[in-house]
Ligand binder design. Sequence first.
Ligand SMILES: Nc1ncnc2c1ncn2[C@@H]1O[C@H](COP(=O)(O)OP(=O)(O)OP(=O)(O)O)[C@@H](O)[C@H]1O
Length: 436
Amino acid sequence: MESPAHIADVPAERPQTFRELGVIDSLCEACDSLGYSTPTPIQANCIPVALQGRDVIGLAETGSGKTAAFTIPLLQALMENPQPYHSLILAPTRELAQQIAQTVEALGAVISVRCTLLIGGVDMIPQAISLGKKPHVIVATPGRLLDHLENTKGFSLRHLKYLVLDEADRLLDLDFGPILDKLLRLLPSRKTYLFSATMSSKVESLQRASLSNPVKISVSTNNQTASNLLQFYLFIPHKFKDVYLVHLLNERAGQMGILFTRTIMETQRLALMLRNLNFPAIPIHGQLSQSSRLASLNKFRSRSRTLLIATDVAARGLDIPAVDFVVNCDLPQDSKTYIHRVGRTARAGKSGRAFSIVTQYDVEIWLRIEAALGKKVDEYKPEKDEVMIFANRVHDAQRMAISALKEQNQDGKGTRSKGSGRQRKRGRDDMDQEEV
Ligand SMILES: Nc1ncnc2c1ncn2[C@@H]1O[C@H](COP(=O)(O)OP(=O)(O)OP(=O)(O)O)[C@@H](O)[C@H]1O
């Protein structure tokens, strides 16, 4: 791979309309109908270059409209030369793939685009049937796509014209590496777009995607977080984490928040504890069935639950514009994950807040994150006396959560059976019936 040419960080003159970028009328109308009146900077920079037929590496902060930046050129190319299996978009999580497919369908409706979603955790047969209908665009997670390429009769991507890796640094990292290498060997030469808010600088990892003379377009600020995002940290002893968290949530009662934890077990424990305190909390993590994962997201999107307790399956890409705040209950292991997590709020020009709980055990990792952000984050220091008012209630809720988790694990399941007797007797609403 030649080393990517680097073009201007921000355009000197930003075009005011999609038409001025060279986008055809029908797609301009589609943008209009979605309320995209002005292209965002990444769109203004990427679309003309992509329309010239170049490979693109697109870097821009979270929530800045990267999905449309790669979808519009790809749909325009499809309009010019319609064919089945024209484009493939890969994403690292099922929920993100589903969200991208929705954007492709929304932007492509005016040109009757056929889009198929291939994700794990759900039946392969309806997906195989849908592939039989010769979709123009496939949006997929890597494992399931490979499964179809190997096992679905008559399906091949021999004639593929466009490949997009969304969250490209994640797809090209070690976890996905082997499967991606296998996939890429099955694809012909094509136009390739890599997009993310964070990118590996390792040329070897980018080489995997076999780009051809790519243009790197970066409209990221130095620290990759949106300027309308206010970030804070709380420095507190580990044993008070939950009580400070409850205080934080009480202050934001009724707002929509995503709470990130490091492990599935902690996600389950927190969801149970918060429900015991009557917070409308719902978990999402990789041990839930896919239908429960989607149900959790849908309840959150529709605001029937306002707190989503998540592992990093929800860290990247999810676009829920109403999210007011993010809490890092446990710090992420690396600064890239931090950037993606906090980017679940303050999207598309809206404001948002992110709080990180830092304990005596996390100082080193927090300093590393701050260094990567390139700035000092403000401390958020609630009055200790006010916080401790909740200590007893939090303690009770913790105990109940732990015993419910133990009970669940004794049932021999990773997820709770439909409401144990004790859970039901508490007589709350259907929260008790939800999987944790
Ligand atoms: N030109 C535009 N005008 C107004 N809103 C837009 C425009 N383009 C995209 N949006 C909206 O901005 C939001 C964020 O877009 P998107 O999800 O593509 O961000 P992203 O850059 O991919 O973020 P992440 O890095 O977190 O994946 C979406 O709700 C999208 O509908």
